[in-house]
Design a protein around this ligand. Structure first.
Ligand code: SF4
Length: 557
């Protein structure tokens, strides 16, 4: 092997300061010992920072080689930075990897001549290139005569434990609020829209290796861990071993996991239930409850099992569950998208994420598109039309995603929004149209503005019940009582009511002021259920305030 002394800098462009690039530690850990004499360093920024400042930091470090991982979110930023670096350091060699290069890379390389080559696959062959050879599995480049050379895919075929751990080697930036810990690679699933479907063989890191990484992070004062594992509960024995380890050995840490709700066994449920409250955060990839669509994307799931599993998870109550849905799947119609949202609102997870489908390079769907599909060929590769959904309908799905985020995913508004969506027959169809006409549907309004829009919608539709609920939620969340012509009084010492208390956060905080509000029915029932049974007749409540408009105690009188 030829030894080349060179200064290598890995550049990480993250989506926020809290994130860091796990790939840096893996690439360095495996390749550094195979490139004797190489000097490695890491520079990072976020894609909201100033591009030129970051480019100048890189130039100041005088690299001979730059490495980086490209994702959908950072590609444009990274390439604009690299163009500047190359203008100032023409001799620097730039090699990139990551999920953006799983497809055909020729067009990319011709379009971005500042990039000397890209890697398809994992970290295992980078050292060949650093040592001056281009004959490396996974390496794609343009040859001196202009021909495109494609090295297929790099995939380390040994035990994953042989890959040096970024944490045990100390190749990570300390002081971040959370870190990713990889526990497996590959996925047994075969979903045609997913980059993981290329690696159907699932390989795992040993429990000892995972434990050792967690111990290093715990000693560094880290409390939040994101587990990188596409198939966390695919093998029940492994999932239970990991959950036991998290619960019994790292009780002060909080773990984010991706879980398949259709495979929640009794053993897994038992462990989840006995985990300390708040120590887990689960992300459940549902995508759709429509079996025809699931079949069309070869996703190994069915709606009935998924719903049953979600019910079990949501009944635990000691952790939050976020659920992902996709709009724009093959065979999916507008009413299927609305039906998926309705089903989830009935189930009641803490958060619903609805995203339009992306046709990612290298996925089966990108390589064998279905009839009628059109999509953006550049990042973010969003679907633009399908056989069953027009461009306008897909745009409306984006608006729906924003609405769900603004209303359902805002804890203070969730029950109100859920009630409106489930109880008012026209709401799912007419509220998005109303919002699109009265507010930029892709801009997130303030919580106050969200309630004002809902109040205006209720008034326009003559919906007294919705209007009363909005008024109650407005007052409950400490927004101005004067808006509704309600007078706020000074609290007279000793006259605070102790019976009929519905809400109390003020046991040791002095109550300062109060107001009384009357409603046409028992609106406070909305606080306890997304599907309350309301009783008609006048209901009066006293709102006791602690600071400014902040509610300290709510009493029914
Ligand atoms: S979507 Fe999930 S289950 Fe399907 S292939 Fe990707 S990682 Fe596997």
């Amino acid at each position: 092997m030829q030894s080349v002394t060179q200064k290598i800098i890995f550049i990480g462009v993250n989506s926020s300061y809290s994130h860091t690039m796990l790939s840096y530690g893996y690439v360095r850990g495996w390749n550094e010992p195979l490139c004797p004499g190489s000097q490695w360093d890491y520079l990072e920024t976020t894609n909201n920072d100033d591009e030129l400042s970051f480019a100048l930091r890189i130039v100041d470090a005088a690299p001979e080689v730059l490495l980086g991982t490209v994702y959908l979110f950072n590609q444009d930023f990274l390439l604009r930075v690299l163009a500047r670096v190359k203008a100032l350091l023409p001799a620097v060699r730039i090699y990139l990897g990551g999920p953006q290069f799983l497809g055909d890379n020729e067009k990319f390389l011709r379009h971005y001549p500042v990039v000397n080559g890209v890697f398809r696959g994992d970290e295992s062959t980078v050292y060949h290139i650093l040592n001056g050879s281009i004959a490396a599995a996974g390496f794609c480049c343009l040859l001196a005569d202009g021909r495109y050379a494609d090295g297929g895919i790099a995939e380390f075929d040994g035990s994953l434990d042989q890959l040096p751990s970024p944490y045990l080697a100390g190749y990570f930036v300390p002081g971040k609020p959370f870190y990713q810990v990889e526990t497996s690679r590959g996925c047994g699933g075969n979903c045609t829209f997913c980059t993981s479907s290329r690696h159907r063989q699932v390989r795992v890191f040993s429990l000892e290796r995972i434990r050792a990484e967690l111990q290093v992070l715990e000693a560094a004062g880290v409390h939040e861990i994101r587990i990188v594992d596409r198939t966390f509960n695919e093998r029940i024995d492994r999932a239970t071993a990991l959950l036991s380890m998290f619960r019994d050995e790292f009780p002060a840490m909080r773990f984010h996991l991706e879980i398949n709700p259709a495979r929640v066994s009794d053993e897994i449920l038992g462990l989840l239930k006995t985990s300390p409250a708040g120590s887990l955060h689960l992300e459940a990839g549902v995508q759709t409850f429509n079996d025809t669509c699931l079949k069309a994307v070869r996703r190994p799931a069915n709606a009935a099992k998924t719903i049953a599993g979600l019910r079990k998870l949501l009944s635990c109550g000691n952790f939050a569950v976020h659920v992902d849905l996709i709009a724009g799947l093959p065979k999916q119609t507008c009413s299927d998208i609305v039906a998926d949202i309705t089903r989830l609102i009935e189930l009641g997870p803490e958060e619903i994420q609805l995203e339009n489908l992306k046709i990612l390079p290298g996925t089966p769907l990108a390589e064998n598109p279905l009839c009628g599909m059109a999509w953006n060929p550049a990042p973010p590769y969003e679907i633009l039309r399908t056989e069953d959904l027009s461009s306008d309908e897909l745009q409306r799905a984006r608006h729906l995603s924003k609405i769900i985020d603004c209303y359902y995913n805002t804890a203070d508004l969730r029950n109100l929004f859920s009630w409106a969506w489930l109880a008012l027959p026209e709401f799912a169809a007419t509220f998005p149209v109303y919002l699109a006409e009265h507010n930029d549907p892709l801009i997130k309004p303030s919580p106050q503005k969200r309630l004002e829009l809902l109040a205006d919608y209720a008034e326009m539709n003559g919906n007294r019940r919705l209007a009363e609920l909005v008024r109650f939620v407005w007052l409950f969340n400490g927004m101005s009582a004067e808006k509704y012509g309600i007078t706020v009084h000074k609290t007279v010492r000793g006259d605070v009511r102790d019976t009929g208390v519905i809400f109390n956060r003020a046991d040791d905080v002095p109550l300062k002021r109060y107001f009384v509000a009357e409603f046409d029915f028992d609106v406070a029932a909305i606080l306890t259920s997304a599907a309350p049974q309301f009783k008609e007749n006048s209901h009066c409540y006293v709102f006791y305030l602690v600071h400014g408009q902040r509610l300290g105690r709510l009493v029914a009188v």
